[in-house]
Design a binder for this molecule. Structure first.
Ligand code: MTE
Length: 325
């Protein structure tokens, strides 16, 4: 077992930004981002990177929108707001990391598929773009900090990649690992975090058609602050399950221990399904704030995707308890 030496503020109750601080920062960020969207460039010097991304490389040819995912029940979150409000602890423990994240070298990036599979493989991003059934999905994302957004992601179902890798019957779980580059990612120099960022799903969750590997957003190649060049998105779970900038997908016999679970198992459980009934120790999950609008809306069980995923948990009576304990 890994022994972690943490400073006071990294203890579970305080592992994430305290809510009042988080709210002030968000109000500031949203105000600033809205200004960019309006075309009045009042932001400071470090905002050049975000502006450059708004004019980023188009996904060409345009990815066809999946007709089952055209309407997320709420408008798409404004791109400028979204691309300047990100959780990416590799770069810092606050949301304004878009400029720092530009240091991530994504050229020549490879994704390794390993572990309990018939066909282990290493693929570059070009191969994935050519081989995978690329599509666009407008989808909801819900963070455990009780904010949410709607994003037009471009990518492919993880199930399509799993088909090629052919998991063995011994594969019960899938582990996702993000990059490890402390030389460019300041946050990774903090030793009390169990880098590299790690997440996990059951094999059934991974094979669900909603589980999506993201390579683009807003009609463009994925900007770095969103987790370029390839990230996971699991829309019925809290956002921390959706690991960014992934280098390795490992099929495993044992359940992986995730980054946040290792730091604070009472707050960041393995299952982490969106559930308005189960209160997080610090944040009620009954409602959520819609990023960029300030509107507060009721949270839906499984983030509203229950029809597609509730069956995965039908035999598990104590799932609520398992979320945060
Ligand atoms: N993946 C990595 N590698 N590092 C992170 O800090 N944060 C998670 C998740 N994936 C995180 C990560 C959290 S808490 C959330 S809410 C989402 O990414 C945020 O994704 P976004 O910045 O694209 O909105």
């Amino acid at each position: 077992m890994k022994l972690l030496r943490r400073p006071d503020w990294a203890l579970p109750e305080r592992a994430a930004t305290p809510e009042p601080m988080f709210r002030n920062r968000r109000a500031f960020m949203i105000g600033g981002a809205a200004t960019v969207a309006g075309g009045a460039y009042l932001l400071g010097g470090t905002d050049h990177a975000a502006r450059a991304d708004l004019a980023g490389e188009a996904w060409d040819p345009a990815a066809p929108r999946n007709p089952d995912f055209t309407n997320a029940g709420r408008p798409i979150t404004d791109e400028a707001t979204n691309s300047t409000y990100n959780n990416f602890y590799e770069f810092a423990s606050h949301k304004r990391i878009y400029d720092k994240a530009q240091a991530l070298p994504t050229e020549g990036w490879t994704l390794e598929i390993t572990g309990e599979v018939e066909q282990p493989m290493t693929l570059d991003m070009d191969a994935l773009r050519k081989k995978m059934p690329i599509e666009e999905r407008v989808i909801r994302h819900r963070c455990v900090e009780a904010w949410s957004m709607v994003v037009p992601w471009i990518g492919f179902e993880l199930a399509a990649l799993m088909k090629r890798a052919a998991p063995l019957s011994s594969a019960k779980f899938v582990e996702f690992k993000s990059f490890l580059k402390p030389e460019i990612a300041d946050g990774q120099r903090a030793r009390y975090y169990p880098w590299a960022y790690t997440e996990g799903l059951t094999i059934e969750e991974a094979a669900n058609p909603l589980t999506f590997m993201v390579m683009g957003a807003y009609g463009k190649v994925l900007p770095k602050q969103f987790g370029a060049p390839i990230r996971l998105h699991v829309p019925w779970k809290y956002g921390f399950k959706s690991a960014k900038s992934i280098t390795t997908i490992r099929f495993a016999k044992e359940r992986p221990v995730s980054f946040w679970e290792e730091l604070g198992p009472r707050e960041y459980g393995f299952w982490a399904n969106v559930n308005p009934e189960v209160r997080h120790p610090r944040w009620s999950q009954a409602t959520e704030e819609v990023l960029g609008t300030g509107e507060r809306v009721p949270t839906q069980i499984y983030n509203g995707y229950g029809a597609q995923v509730a069956h995965l948990y039908s035999g598990m009576s104590d799932l609520g308890d398992k979320l945060f304990r």
